[in-house]
Design a protein around this ligand. Structure first.
Ligand code: TYM
Length: 340
C-alpha cells in the first residue's frame, strides 16, 4: 500500500456536505484519481472520531459515515481501483495511538493558537469546549503521517492544521531520526492541485464568510442535496457589488470573485465574463453549471448501494490497518516502547 506517493484527505461525516466541501476536498481528489490513477495512491477516509469534537446526534453518526462514502462514489472516486483506499478512521486503531504519542510532543501554546479552535470553542461555550476539540489537529496530523501522505487536498480553513502536521513531523524526525514523510509545503500543494491559493468558497449572501453549514437561512450555502432548481435560485440571489466590470478581487469583490471561482470549478470559462458590466449572464452561467453538476451527482448517488460501500470499506480497512500498524511500530521503537 505504501509504494506510490499518497494523496489523502478526510471529510467529517456529520457535515451536511456543501459545495465548499466538494470544491476544497472532493473535487481535487476525484480529479487527480481520474487523471493520474496508477501514479498515486488515493486515501479517502472518514474522520469519524473527529465527528464529536462538538456535540452531535450520536444515533445518526454511523449512517452519516456510510452516506459520506457514498457521496465520494457519486462524485466519481473510482472505488474499485486498486490504488484507491476508503476507510473509517475509527477502524484503524493506530490513528488514536499515534495521536497520544504525538500529543506528548505538541506544545499547549501551539494548539491554543489554532484559529479554528478559537472560533469553534467560542461558539460552543468557551471553557466548556471539549479537550477533543482542542487537540484535534494532532489526530489530523496522525491521520496524515501514518500513511506518509505528501498531498492533502483541503480548503484553506485547514491550512494551519497542515502546517502543524509538518511542524510536528519535523520535530519528531529531528529528535528520533527519519520517522515521517512530511506533507509538501502548502504552496506546493496548491500548485499540485492547480489553484493559486487555498480554496475558500464563500457564503453566497455574505461573501466575506466561508460557505459552511451554519447558515441560519440556508440561502448562502448550496448543499449537495439541494434540488438543482433551488441551487440555481440561490445563485441568482447571490450578493455581488456595484463596481461594474467583472474581475477577480478577493478583498474588494468577494461575491463576484466567488462566482468566477464557482464557474471555473464547474467547468465554465471565467475569461468569457471578465470585463463585462452585466452580472446577470454570469449568474445564469454559474447557475446552469452548478445545477447540471447537482443533477448528475444526485442521480449517481441514487445508484450507489450500501452493500458495495461496506465491501470497499472492509477491504480498505484491512490494508490501511496493515500500513498504519507498521508505521506505529516504528514510532513505538523510536520512543522506547519496543526493543524491536
Ligand atoms: P471538514 O469535515 O470540516 O471539511 C471537509 C473539507 O471541506 C473543506 N471545506 C471547504 N473548502 C473550500 N471552501 C469552503 N467553504 C469549505 N468548507 C469546508 C475543508 O477545508 C476540508 O478540506 N479536519 C478536517 C477533516 C480531517 C482531515 C484529516 C482532512 C481530519 N483529518 C486529514 C485532511 C487530512 C475537517 O474537519 O474538515
Amino acid at each position: 500500500m505504501m509504494t506510490k506517493p499518497v494523496i489523502l484527505t478526510g471529510i467529517r461525516a456529520n457535515n451536511d456536505l456543501h459545495l465548499g466541501n466538494y470544491a476544497g476536498a472532493m473535487l481535487p481528489m476525484v480529479d487527480m484519481a481520474g487523471k493520474q490513477a496508477g501514479d498515486y495512491q488515493f486515501n479517502f477516509f472518514v474522520p469519524d472520531l473527529h465527528s464529536f469534537t462538538t456535540p452531535i446526534d450520536h444515533d445518526s453518526l454511523y449512517g452519516q459515515t456510510l452516506a459520506t462514502v457514498r457521496m465520494y462514489a457519486a462524485a466519481g472516486l473510482p472505488m474499485d481501483h486498486g490504488d484507491v483506499h476508503v476507510y473509517r478512521q475509527s477502524r484503524v486503531p493506530a490513528h488514536s495511538e499515534l495521536t497520544w504519542i504525538l500529543s506528548c510532543f505538541t506544545y499547549f501554546g501551539e494548539m491554543s493558537r489554532m484559529t479554528q479552535f478559537k472560533d469553534k470553542s467560542q461558539k460552543t461555550g468557551g471553557d466548556n469546549a471539549s479537550v477533543g476539540l482542542f487537540a484535534y489537529p494532532i489526530l489530523m496530523a496522525a491521520d496524515i503521517l501514518l500513511y506518509g501522505a505528501e498531498y492533502v487536498p483541503v480548503g484553506d480553513d485547514q491550512t494551519q492544521h497542515l502546517e502543524f502536521t509538518r511542524d510536528i513531523a519535523d520535530r519528531m524526525n529531528n529528535q528520533f531520526g527519519q520517522l515521517f514523510t512530511l506533507p509538501k509545503p502548502v504552496k506546493e500543494q496548491h500548485q499540485f492541485f492547480g489553484t493559486e491559493q487555498g480554496l475558500r468558497i464563500r457564503n453566497l449572501i455574505d461573501p466575506t464568510r466561508k460557505m459552511d453549514k451554519s447558515d441560519e437561512t440556508g440561502k448562502g450555502v448550496i448543499f449537495l442535496s439541494d434540488p438543482p432548481e433551488t441551487a440555481r435560485k440561490k445563485i441568482t440571489g447571490a450578493t455581488t457589488d456595484s463596481l461594474g466590470e467583472i474581475g477577480y478581487d478577493y478583498s474588494r469583490r468577494p461575491g463576484i470573485s466567488n462566482l468566477l471561482d464557482l464557474l471555473w470549478l464547474f467547468g465554465g470559462d471565467p475569461e468569457e465574463f471578465k470585463g463585462a458590466t452585466q452580472y446577470g449572464p454570469l449568474k445564469q452561467a454559474v447557475g446552469e453549471k452548478v445545477a447540471d453538476f447537482l443533477a448528475d451527482f444526485q442521480s449517481r448517488l441514487e445508484q450507489t448501494d450500501d452493500e458495495t460501500i461496506k465491501n470497499v470499506l472492509a477491504d480498505s480497512e484491512a490494508a490501511a490497518d496493515e500500513t498504519a500498524r507498521q508505521r506505529l511500530h516504528q514510532v513505538q521503537q523510536a520512543v522506547g516502547l519496543r526493543d524491536n
